[in-house]
Ligand binder design. Sequence first.
Ligand code: GLV
Length: 297
Amino acid sequence: MSAGHEIVQHVPDLAMTTDELADAAGLFDAIVCVLTDRISEPVLAAGAAGRLKVVGNIAVGYDNIDTAAARRYGIAICNTPGVLDQSTADLAFLLILAACRRTSDAEADLRAGRWTGWSITDHLGRDVHGAVLGLVGYGRIAREVARRAAAFEMEVLHHARHDTGLPGYVARLEDLLPAVDVLSLHVPLNETTYHLIGRAELERMRRGSVLVNTSRGAVVDETALIEAIEHGTIFGAGLDVYEDEPAINPALLATPHTVLLPHVGSATIETRTQMARLCCEGVNAVLSGRVPENLVT
Ligand code: GLV
């Protein structure tokens, strides 16, 4: 790093346990981590007892960090907003297309040798063009999804906690749910969004609708989602995030009409490079007494 800091890298590139993190936290001025590292209260306490001043999270979401504890201990937290909006929106739109058109089911059949020839009734999905898209949360990523949807001639509605004052705003989530063919989630995970989409919400959705989640797994009650798809309450789902990732509910693997990706929303060489750079810039700024734009707390 050009700022002249000494860097100690944890090898291998695997999430550290709380004990490992707590043992290390007090030895460093800064930690650069990823969303699989749980920066919990004991880790921050150990850091505060040592020399820890800042934690940089190479992610826009920071539900892996106890921000209230960080505030108490005076440890700064940085994240990576802005630089992953387009690639995450691309991935969300990929899931919209893939879930509506059932591409995973179709490809699995082809690869397994189950495809016996063109059939007028095989692998029937849902049209994306002309469908109504509902965005839950209307931050930067959701707005990028809306731009892509416009090119597919979708009608776009959105719900957010605060009135955006923009066309397509729906004040109540319960009113958005029955009005859309595709529901795409773009909210951070916190106590107000945990299981935001559960059984009651799924029951309000259109029978032919599709749920897409590129935010955090626990925003959706996965058990309720599996039941909803199996019972035909909704048509299907495209997921990039899971309640207990990397563990995947085995029932989900067996659920038809699903497209399942391993949390790759921002996984392009260009975007991950920019995320790492932005995170380290924030950390450097804090270490040199400046307030970075990507300061969370
Ligand atoms: C990825 O999930 C992120 O929050 O950046």
